[in-house]
Design a protein around this ligand. Structure first.
Ligand code: ADP
Ligand code: GLC
Length: 495
């Protein structure tokens, strides 16, 4: 199959979160299964390319006020996957991908509409796929365009669309007058298309127009069909539940494995865990914890700072947490409010809360390797990758039982010696405290703790199995169907 990925971030070119890890790894896993995979990305300021070559010098993108002309750059092949970049410096040559801590860039609709149209135009010339696999709201206009402006384009007659929701909390919602500006037809402003409480919702457009929808864990596929987690789109998703599949994200173990991690000072594996203590010393040094007691457990956090991640619970019980015999090492950046929260805790409880406000991949690896436990109290978590990395590093996860966290962490049972971590359900400070306390109690019994670590290290969340599940979804869409009724129907609201 020919598969085109369209997404706004991808390791190693641009990253703010787990989407980049997925778009960096899943295409590789699909290529290993014998598929022909191409990835289109925006070319940001932070995108570093060697030997980049312009393949399409001028692609015309119509806007109501003016035409814009972008180019397409060939980024070459990596691990069997072809990369192309949409180059339009006025939109993408900026400090950040989506905005600053003060807020989103005001022209995000135009930026990602240009990107989406450019992908559709470029793929017509560089190779029309069997499947367009689009990710999150930034590429959500692609399935919409294929149902509208490109519905009669013979090039795309047999192209199907799959849309993956990585996080339904981000939808791309804009005022209605964005439709004419982007040269999209007014009839999209309808309840069964892109209209959403008087605004235009890009993500809704993709959910209504894609041939199939996936999301990044089974549990999250159920959750987003409920008012608690659906962010207003639960009804839309219930309407399409027959075409909605949860496929858990995988881990790229070439990047995230303690036995071959080049970013940590020591390496280790289940039968030889001594190196982990070296990583712990290094971590405490990196965070400048003064004369720490290395017998105390270290709890790590690496995160985007956003409401989703559950840090309100930490704020709620910060005092009691600070009195526990633990050291927190916290790395993150994002919403101003949470940056302030953690900086305040670091000032209030020095030696207890060690905090770095930064985006730092090396330090993220050092935390995974050097901490004893990893905390993710998320309010919601579509898949989550860090808990899977933690499991591989023998860094026992403490998580809220939601989305992918619930699907990947098994509650530890000291009686049977089964389980990989600690889970709590109710979204309250005391429930979090209880889970942390259970982890501390378990930490005191060294042989059992070792067993718990090794249980997690032996879990396998590699991409192979999930990539095969995606292939099954793709194959159902491209399989030739008999008779004239198999013609791809183009009216927009078809489920
Ligand atoms: P999300 O995509 O919601 O942010 P995930 O757990 O899926 O959550 O993925 C987060 C990814 O981003 C992981 O690879 C993690 O290591 C990385 N990450 C998040 N914050 C930082 C940071 N401040 N510094 C370095 N890496 C980070
Ligand atoms: C999102 C989710 C996270 C998921 C990632 C990759 O950012 O918040 O849970 O792991 O996408 O799918």
């Amino acid at each position: 199959m020919n598969i085109v990925f369209a997404a706004s971030e991808c390791v190693p070119f641009a990253k703010t979160g787990g989407l980049a890890d997925v778009v960096g790894a899943l295409p590789k896993a699909l290529a290993e299964l014998g598929h022909n995979v191409t990835v289109y990305l925006p070319k940001y300021k932070q995108t570093k390319l060697k030997d980049a070559r312009v393949v399409l010098p001028s692609v015309t993108i119509p806007f109501d006020d003016q035409y814009r002309f972008c180019s397409v750059v060939d980024g070459g092949k990596l691990s069997g996957v072809q990369f192309y970049f949409i180059d339009y410096p006025a939109f993408f040559d900026r400090e950040a991908l989506y905005g600053t801590p003060a807020g989103d860039y005001p022209d995000n609709a135009e930026r990602f509409a240009l990107y989406s149209r450019a992908v559709v135009e470029a793929a017509k010339i560089l190779g029309a796929p069997d499947i367009f696999h689009c990710h999150d709201w930034q590429s959500a206009l692609i399935p919409v365009l294929l149902r509208t402006s490109y519905a009669d384009d013979p090039v795309y007659r047999s192209t199907a669309t799959v849309f993956t929701i990585h996080n339904i909390g981000y939808q791309g919602i804009f005022p209605p007058d964005i439709l004419p500006l982007l040269m999209l037809p007014w009839d999209l402003f309808a309840i069964d298309k892109m209209e959403f409480w008087g605004k235009v919702n890009f993500l809704k457009g993709a959910l209504m127009s894609s041939d199939h929808i996936t999301t990044v864990s089974r549990r999250y596929a159920q959750e987003i069909q409920t008012p608690e987690f659906g962010f207003g789109l639960e009804g839309v998703l219930r309407g399409r539940s027959g075409n909605l599949t949860g496929i858990l994200n995988g881990v790229d173990y070439n990047e995230w494995s303690p036995e071959k991690d080049k970013l940590t000072v020591c390496q280790y594996y289940p039968d030889k865990l001594e190196g982990k203590m070296g990583c712990k010393y290094d971590l405490l040094r990196q965070f400048a914890v003064e004369s720490p007691d290395v017998n105390l457990p270290v709890i790590g956090i690496v995160s985007r700072f956003a409401a989703q991640k559950g840090f309100d619970l930490i704020a709620e019980i910060a005092g009691p947490l600070a009195r526990l015999p633990v050291i927190f090492t916290i790395l993150g950046s994002g919403d101003h409010e949470y940056q302030e929260l953690f900086l305040k805790l670091a000032r209030q409880f020095p030696g207890k809360f060690a905090v770095k406000i930064a985006y730092d991949n090396v330090l993220a690896h050092k935390i995974e390797a050097g901490a004893d436990m990893f905390l993710m109290p998320s309010h919601y978590e579509p898949s989550g990758l860090n808990q899977m990395y933690s499991l591989r590093y023998g860094t026992v996860p403490i998580v809220r039982a939601t989305g992918g966290l619930d699907d990947t962490v098994e509650q530890w049972d000291p009686e049977t010696g089964k389980g990989t971590g600690f889970k709590f359900t109710s979204y309250t400070g005391p429930a979090l405290m209880n889970a942390v306390q259970q982890a501390l109690d378990a930490f005191d019994n060294k042989p059992k703790w070792k067993q718990l670590m090794v249980n997690g290290m032996r879990k396998d969340f590699s991409w192979g199995a999930s990539a095969k599940d995606y292939v099954k979804v793709f194959e159902r869409l491209v399989a030739p169907k008999p008779g004239p009724s198999s013609e791809k129907v183009v009216e927009f609201s078809r489920a």
